[in-house]
Design a protein. Structure first.
Length: 148
């Protein structure tokens, strides 16, 4: 099984794309046989990882093959420190592939993980696909909670 891994290790300017579709992978040739799409932040110093929606597309098709699939992610911390408001249920990894996108970080139904060293989020596409593009809708926030 292959994974399309999007690693962000404190990439300068990456978090400047606020509240919009950000094509992380867009190519002429597909990444063949991808079963998992994973977003990783290997400690960039951010307060949290917040993702509103992740979409994966096969070549020449506008269907999001990630929609409604099983998603997992690093731990939610509801300690009330402001990085991740809400609950583990409303901030679960699955909301990034099942809930309509919204750019409001205060909205409780966005994936949020905080207070861990390495943040990550992953979706199991359920089958192998030839993926041509992956897009992330991230949230805007004033707390430092963002995709790095």
């Amino acid at each position: 099984m292959k994974k399309a891994i999007i690693r962000t290790v404190g990439v300068e300017g990456f978090h400047a794309f606020i509240c919009g579709m950000l094509a992380l992978v867009s190519c002429c040739d597909a990444f063949p046989g991808v079963r998992y799409v994973r977003v990783e932040d290997l400690y960039s110093g951010n307060d949290a990882l917040v993702i509103n929606q992740v979409a994966a597309y096969t070549c020449g098709d506008s269907t999001n093959v990630a929609y409604g699939k099983t998603a997992t992610g690093s731990a939610f911390d509801g300690s009330g420190d402001g990085s991740c408001a809400g609950t583990a249920t409303t901030r679960a990894p699955s909301v990034a592939v099942t809930v309509a996108p919204d750019c409001n970080a205060a909205r409780s139904n966005t994936f949020c993980s905080s207070d861990v060293v390495s943040y990550w989020w992953q979706v199991d596409l359920g089958a192998a696909y030839d993926i041509c593009s992956v897009a992330i809708l991230q949230s805007s926030t004033g707390t430092g909670a963002q995709i790095p």
